[in-house]
Every structure is written in C-alpha cells, then in structure tokens.
Design a protein. Structure first.
Length: 324
C-alpha cells in the first residue's frame, strides 16, 4: 500500500520485492501495526518525507532470504522490524548510547519502505527476535507502541503516581507495565470518552477520567501519548513539585503559553524521540514477564486506509494491525 504523497490515500500497487543488499534481510511480512506516526507521515506533519513510500514500522515477519555479510537472523527466523532502521554508528550520539538521536538515522516506513506490504527488506542489525508467547498480530504493537512507550516510562523515573494522557496503543501497553511495577496509574482520555475510560480501568488503571479533570491525587509524572499541545499545561497542573511531564509523540500541536508557576517547583517537561536497540532488548525481555497482553484489531492489508481513518477518529481500542 503506497503513499504517493502526503494527504493522498494509500494506493494498492504491485511492486517487486527487492533483493536483500549486503547486511539486509528480506522479510515476509506476517503482521504490521498501525501507529499514530503513520498518520503524521500521511498527513505531511513530518518534513523529511521521501515519497512514494510504504508506511509501517511495527513489522512482524519471517526471514525469507539474507544478503551477503548477514550472520543473524537466519532464514526462517521470526523477527520484528522497528522504527529505527539504521544509524551512522560513529557520531557522538551513536557512541554514547543515544543512537535514537543520530542525525543520520533512517527510519522504517519513512526513509525506508516499511511493512504495509507483503515483503520488505531491513538492516539485519536493527531487527529483534520476538518472544514466542505472542502471535504475529499480538507482537506487532510491541515494536513501537511498546518500545517507545517503555522508553517514556523509563523517562518518568521512579514516579509512584503516574498519569497517562491518551489511551491508545502505547498507553494500553505502558499501563500494564506500570501496574506490574507497583505504581498507581491514572488514565486520561478525550473528555467524555467513556469507552476509552472503561478500557483503561479494565487494564488495571486505578482511576480513569477526562483530560480536563484533576486526578484523585497529584501525579509524580505524566506521559502524554495524545498529540495535543494543550495537554502539556494540563498535565503540569496535575503534576506535583519535582515531577516530570514526558511528551512521547513524534509530533504535537502547538503548546499554548502558560504561566510560569505551573512549571516552577522544579517540574520538567521532556520529550522522547525514537528508540535505541537497547530499549528494544530491555522491553522485549520484560513484556513476557508482566505479561503484557496486547489487544489488537486486525485489518486486511488492502484496508489500510480504513485502519488509518479509524485511528484518526479515536475508534481503535488497543492497536490496529494489518495482516497481508
Ligand atoms: Zn550516528
Ligand atoms: Zn510508531
């Protein structure tokens, strides 16, 4: 399913699978998650778009062939292909454990053709083995919603009371990990979205309510998955002194001006950008221990436009996954 250019619907196209180059694997796609970032790419919110491009960076597949110089994974192995597709390996960021910030990084489904397809190729060094307990569709959301959600949770530090704003794919995974870690978790949704609030409570949240509501007690940290800038001051108001507000999305509407006193008291606002391979290894080790259960709604690949439309309307409970 090709994105010819931003603001156009994806188009079903027949394209020959590419031979894997040196260091690459050819992957037969078994499932690919639909992420909010795909919407931002399709809507032209991100500036570096190469087009046409195949979206999709939560790819679960099996290795069909390997290019020269690939030692692992082997043909037949089940792997996950995440958003981080490649980095330079030698800049200051790459050498200091922050490859997520590499200026030369290339991302799957953005700079590199992704998983809204039957086949894709990927740099073998950036693929992950996947825990066996998950089916292909269940494993797909772990690869971005899970990984980047987990990186956001790490940024929240040892917060005992955690607020999560925007109860989609990432939140439904992070809430389970946070409860397993013994935290108190409050879920915030669009005002009046009672089904999302019921979903949050069903996943173990101690309270769920509107993003405009005050929580039952002040937050030690908030994670914002909803791409709504107005939630930054809302979350700061709900957060106690010394707390942190973590903005987890790749794009957000403009943050409105706010009075300094809601930031004062050593509150901080930070963003999370991309993922490192270390995040992937850490999270994929933890997920089966919790165990994280992913709730997925599967769509046939040809219905990718419907899946994106439903995500845009906030009508997906858990995560949408395309199945070729
Ligand atoms: Zn680099
Ligand atoms: Zn994503």
């Amino acid at each position: 399913m090709l994105l010819d250019h931003p603001h156009s619907p994806l188009r079903y196209a027949e394209i020959a699978a590419r031979e894997p180059a040196a260091g690459e694997v050819l992957v037969k796609v078994r499932a690919c998650g639909v992420c909010r970032t795909d919407l931002h790419v399709a809507d032209g919110d991100l500036v570096e778009l190469r087009s046409p491009v195949v979206l999709g960076h939560e790819i679960v597949g099996t290795v069909e062939a390997t290019g020269p110089e690939v030692r692992t994974p082997c043909v037949g192995a089940r792997i996950g292909v995440p958003w981080l597709g490649q980095t330079c390996g030698h800049c200051g960021y790459c050498r200091s454990g922050r490859e997520n910030l590499c200026d030369a990084a290339r991302f799957t489904g953005y700079h590199i053709d992704g998983g809204y397809a039957e086949y894709t190729t990927a740099d073998a060094r950036y693929c992950f083995p996947l825990p066996e307990r998950y089916s292909d569709a269940e494993a797909a959301p772990l690869l971005c919603a899970g990984l980047i959600g987990y990186r956001s949770l790490v940024k929240a530090g040892d917060a005992r009371v955690l607020g999560i704003y925007g109860f989609g794919a990432a939140a439904h995974i992070v809430a389970q990990v946070a409860k397993w870690q013994g935290r108190t978790v409050f879920g915030f949704t669009r005002p009046g979205d009672s089904s999302a609030q019921a979903f949050a409570r069903g996943l173990g949240c101690d309270w769920a309510g509107n993003s405009t509501d005050a929580p039952p007690e002040p937050l030690d940290a908030a994670i914002l998955f909803a791409p709504v800038g107005a939630l930054v001051p809302a979350a700061l108001r709900a957060t106690r002194k010394g707390g942190v507000v973590v903005c987890a999305g790749i794009h957000m509407s403009e943050i409105p001006a706010f009075p300094y006193d809601i930031l004062w008291g050593e509150r901080s606002v930070v963003s999370v950008a991309n993922l490192t391979r270390r995040d992937g290894e850490d999270f994929l080790r933890i997920a089966p221990q919790v165990p994280v259960r992913t709730e997925v709604e599967a769509f046939p690949l040809e219905q990718a436009n419907d899946a994106l439309a439903r995500l845009r309307e906030g009508k997906i409970s858990g995560a949408a996954v395309l199945v070729p």
